[in-house]
Design a protein around this ligand. Structure first.
Ligand code: CU
Length: 121
């Protein structure tokens, strides 16, 4: 009976972790006065939001607000944009780039534990 209880707890924890992983929180970048598309991703256990949409051909200022010091989230890499950035703990770091081609670019920590997507429309 005890084994059954423990198994049940493990299944519930597993489902919760999966739910956290695949939960999507999408946000569109906001165009500021200077014409730059601005968006902020908070890093605290995950990227929040983990999906950012921007328009192609216009400059982007993507800020990572790293509210933790776990080693895992120290670097962020944006595949396809040749970006790998050191993010100091408890600070905001802004990346400036202009995505030319529409598409989906994933951004991750070095170990791939933190997952996000940049959608260029
Ligand atoms: Cu990591």
């Amino acid at each position: 009976m005890q084994i059954l209880g423990i198994s049940l707890i493990l299944v519930v924890i597993g489902l919760y972790v999966l739910w956290l992983r695949f939960q999507r929180h999408q946000e569109a970048a906001v165009v500021g006065a200077s014409g730059v598309q601005e968006a902020t991703v908070v890093i605290k256990g995950a990227y929040q939001p983990n999906v950012i949409t921007v328009q192609a051909g216009k400059p982007v200022a993507l800020t990572f607000d790293r509210q933790e010091d776990v080693e895992c989230s120290r670097f962020v890499t944006i595949d396809g944009l040749k970006i790998r950035q050191d993010l100091p703990a408890h600070q905001k770091t802004t990346l400036h780039f202009t995505p030319d081609k529409p598409g989906e670019y994933s951004f991750t920590c070095d170990m791939g534990m933190y997952q996000g997507r940049l959608i260029v429309e």
